[in-house]
Design a protein. Structure first.
Length: 335
């Protein structure tokens, strides 16, 4: 076979490194996958870091994990040498042959909670929860098919949800990311705004674009949006769809009506995960209209595989003044 392992003499720089050589650069490109997506999936599952150096792959991590990863890479490369293709399913199967996680979605990511340090890996940065509430929320996102994050602005509800979505996407656990918000302020005035429909609604979706831009390189993000592997759309555009094998986020859910919320929740398809975020104190619906977020909270509490995570001003991770401002308004409302 063309694959070979190189074992350099130990030094402070390579004591935790396994170096693999792949002579056929074309097959190595296929092994790595588009945007190194295959390598990212293996990294997430095995807990190592894989760096490409010419026609070599350097594996960094614990010795046992490095050895296991080397076997996975060798097996996949040999499959390519035989003229066969590899995809996320085959990669996952090769990894699971070693008994990693039993095929439970998100199980490999949950290993980080046992080690104490929680890091969500994306293409541009590592994201770490900064409060206990955020830590519990991130765990809930990995453990549950439907998760709610409820609390004031600035607590990281949407940011962390998008980070987890990107992490699962580049790891191959989901095929698409779908982000949505109610465009409440537009209402009937939407038709009077200049431009096509995308130009009309994009201002309301901008916070979601901003979050994605923190986690994915610009060119890659633009291409994924063009290919509709990442979608950002108003809540109304979700009607009639079944969202399978996707990570789906509904932001600003307090501005969804109960009927809209029911419509959105019932879009959940096979192999998908859904996250609902909102702030009960920031309802922009017309006076007297009920909030779908409060309705869902009342109806769905206690159902298995649905989690509710709550944040307080103590979890605000923006400027320290933001927490004080929120507290001042909360105190005034209580008084």
């Amino acid at each position: 076979m063309g694959f070979s392992a190189i074992n350099p003499p130990p030094s402070p720089d390579n004591v935790h490194e396994t170096l693999l050589e792949f002579p056929d650069n074309r097959l190595l490109i296929d092994l790595c996958g588009e945007f190194d997506r295959n390598l990212a999936q293996i990294e997430h599952k095995t807990g190592v870091q894989i760096m490409r150096r010419g026609n070599h792959l350097a594996i960094h991590g614990e010795a046992e994990a490095r050895a296991r990863t080397a076997v996975v890479l060798q097996t996949l490369y040999e499959r390519l040498e035989q003229g066969r293709q590899i995809d996320a399913g085959q990669i996952d199967g090769e990894i699971r042959m070693g008994g990693e996680d039993g095929g439970v979605p998100g199980a490999s990511q949950l290993e980080m909670f046992r080690s104490g340090r929680i890091e969500i890996r994306t293409r541009k940065k590592l994201v770490e929860p900064r409060t206990e509430a955020q830590r519990a929320y991130v765990r809930a996102l990995y453990e549950n098919e439907l998760a709610f994050g409820i609390g004031p602005a600035g607590t990281g509800k949407t940011y962390l949800a998008v980070a987890v979505g990107v992490s699962l996407f580049i790891g191959g656990q989901v095929d698409r990311i779908i982000l949505s918000r109610p465009a409440v302020e537009a209402g009937e005035r939407l038709g009077f705004l200049p431009g096509d429909m995308k130009e009309k609604v994009d201002p309301y979706m901008q916070p979601l674009y901003d979050a994605l831009g923190d986690f994915l390189p610009g060119k890659q993000l633009a291409r994924l949006i063009e290919e509709k592997r990442i979608e950002i759309a108003p809540l109304a555009f979700m009607r009639g769809r079944t969202l399978s094998n996707a990570f789906v986020v509904l932001d600003e859910a307090q501005n969804a009506t109960p009927m809209q919320m029911k419509m959105f929740l019932t879009r959940l398809g096979e192999g998908s995960r859904m996250v609902i975020t909102g702030d009960r104190t920031q309802v922009d619906l017309p006076r007297g209209a009920a909030s779908g977020l409060a309705d869902a909270e009342r109806l769905l509490r206690g159902i298995e595989h649905i989690s509710f995570s709550y944040f307080t001003p103590a979890d605000v991770v923006r400027h320290p003044l933001v927490a004080r401002i929120i507290e001042a308004y909360d105190n005034d409302a209580e008084g």
